[in-house]
Design a protein around this ligand. Sequence first.
Ligand SMILES: [Zn+2]
Length: 242
Amino acid sequence: MAWTLIRIDFTETCECIFGEKKHYITCGKGYVVVNNEGIEAFCGPQCAKNSKYVTNPNEKVPDFTKGCLVIDVKEQTQSTFNPHSDDKSPSQINNQKSDYIKAISYLLLRVEKLKHYPQMRYKKLSDIYGKYLSGQLDNIDINFLLMLGESSIYPEFSYQNLQAIYACDFWINQFLKQNANKDTSFVKEIKSYLVANLALTPSQIKGLNRWFDNTEGKKIVNIKPNAFAIDPTTYWKNKFKK
Ligand SMILES: [Zn+2]
C-alpha cells in the first residue's frame, strides 16, 4: 500500500502507522499520510523521511502546526524537517514552491479547518477552494491568498492569526473531549470568546496552558503567549472607532 505525505497537523498521542516496532507520536503533532483509498493516518517525523514508507519523503507539505506551540528542545529535534533535504534545487523553484505551500496552507486553514467560524466565510475564497479541488489554481489565486495571509489591514485574518486560532481551537476541543465529565466552563467560555473575537488575550492563554498542564497530570501542549496577530482587548474597539 502506497502512502503519501499530505500535511503536518496536530494530534493527540497516537501510534505511528509505520515501522517494524510499535512507536508513538507524543509531541502533539505528526505527519498526515493518505493512501490510494483516501484513508488518512499519522506517522512520526523519522518515518516521514523514509522512502520505504512514503512515496514523497521530505517533500514540503502544508504545516498547520507552525509557530504556536512552545515545544521542548528534545521534541523539536525529533520533529523538524531536514533543512538540507532540498538544497540541490535552484532557490527560485524553492521560493515558488514555498509560496505555493504557504498559499494552500492559508486556504485550507481558513476554508476547511476553521469552517465552523462564521467570520471566516468569504465567497471569493470558496470559489478559489473549488478551483483548488479541481486542480485549476493559477498564479492570480496564489498571489491573492498570499496577500490575505500577510494583510496588515485585516490582521485578524492573517496567516499567523489563523494558525493561532487553529492551534487553540484544536487543543481546547481535545481538552473538552478528555474532560467531558468535569466542570470545564472556564475553557468553554474561552472557546466562545475565541469564536467571537478571533483571538485570545495573553492572560487567557496563560489560563488555558494551566488547564492543559493539569489535565490528569498529563500535559497537553503549551501555547505561545504571543501566538495571535491581534490583541482582542484593544483591536476591536479601535477598529470600530474609525
Ligand atoms: Zn514512525
